[in-house]
Each structure stands twice: as structure tokens, then as C-alpha cells.
Design a binder for this molecule. Structure first.
Ligand code: HEC
Length: 125
């Protein structure tokens, strides 16, 4: 009986867990980082965040830096890395190899589509 109950408990836990991970909530709100994707602006941030995650955050996250925790536009603006509505005036963009900077360090320039996502995001803020 005890084993049976434990099994039921485990099955219940597993199935509950799955339902939170695979429902429509996830499509508009990314749990891991907490970016609200239900608006066009939120979606642009999410796309740019993903590009930065893929190309930059291996270095720019850690004890001295918190890029990965910037899950809203204001956090990025407060960091001084981006200027609202001025992508090419933003430190984060100026430093890109794509336009003559030196980032990502030790790596080739980022894919054009990732670059575009970052520009679209900043220009839309
Ligand atoms: C291989 C590690 C590495 C990667 C990948 C990398 N960086 Fe950097 N980044 C550094 C280091 C080290 C510095 C500090 C030295 C310097 O400024 O050149 C730095 C500095 C910077 C700075 C100025 C410092 C600041 O926080 O204001 C910016 C902006 C920047 N990187 C942007 C980027 C962007 C955008 C990407 C992704 C496209 C990226 N970096 C990818 C290592 C990296």
C-alpha cells in the first residue's frame, strides 16, 4: 500500500510538472528568464535577449556581470548598455564586430539575423 501511494504521488507530481511546462502560458511568458512575450515589444526583447544569450552571455554573465538577469527594457537601459530608440548610439551595438567593434571577443561577428534582432529591439524602445 505504501509503495502504491508513493507511486501515485510520483505520477501526480510528474504530470503536474508537465502541465506547467507545456501549456500556452509558456508561449507568452518565458519562465526561465521572466520576459513577457505577450506584447510586440516583449517579443522583440525576447528575440534580442536570445541573440545576446547565444553570442555574448557566456562571457557577460557571472559574478561581475548580470546581463542574463536583465529581463526587461528598463534593466538594459539602466545598465548603460543601450540607449532607448538609438541602436547605433548604444554601447552594446557600437562594440559589435559587425560594425567595427571587437565583440564578441575571440569569436566571429554575430549572424546578421541576430544583429537585426538587436537593432529592431533597441529602435523599438
Ligand atoms: C569570449 C568572451 C566574450 C564574448 C563572447 C563577448 N564579450 Fe564583450 N567583453 C568581453 C571582455 C573580456 C570585455 C572587457 C574588455 C573590453 O572591453 O574589451 C568585454 C567588454 C564588452 C563591452 C564593454 C563593457 C561593458 O560592460 O560596458 C561591451 C558593450 C561588450 N563587451 C559587448 C559584447 C556583446 C554585445 C557581445 C555579444 C555579441 C559580447 N560582448 C561577447 C568578453 C566577451
Amino acid at each position: 500500500m505504501k509503495i502504491y501511494l508513493s507511486l501515485v504521488t510520483i505520477i501526480l507530481l510528474v504530470s503536474c510538472n508537465q502541465s506547467t511546462n507545456s501549456n500556452s502560458f509558456d508561449r507568452t511568458y518565458s519562465e526561465n528568464i521572466g520576459i513577457d512575450r505577450s506584447t510586440a515589444a516583449g517579443e522583440r526583447l525576447y528575440q534580442a535577449y536570445t541573440a545576446l544569450k547565444n553570442n555574448c552571455m557566456s562571457c557577460h554573465s557571472g559574478y561581475h556581470n548580470t546581463w542574463s538577469s536583465y529581463n526587461n527594457d528598463q534593466a538594459w537601459i539602466n545598465s548603460g548598455l543601450i540607449e532607448s530608440n538609438d541602436a547605433y548610439g548604444s554601447t552594446l551595438v557600437i562594440r559589435l564586430k559587425n560594425i567595427g567593434g571587437n565583440m564578441p571577443k575571440d569569436n566571429p561577428q554575430i549572424p546578421e539575423e541576430d544583429f537585426d534582432k538587436i537593432i529592431d529591439w533597441i529602435e523599438g524602445i
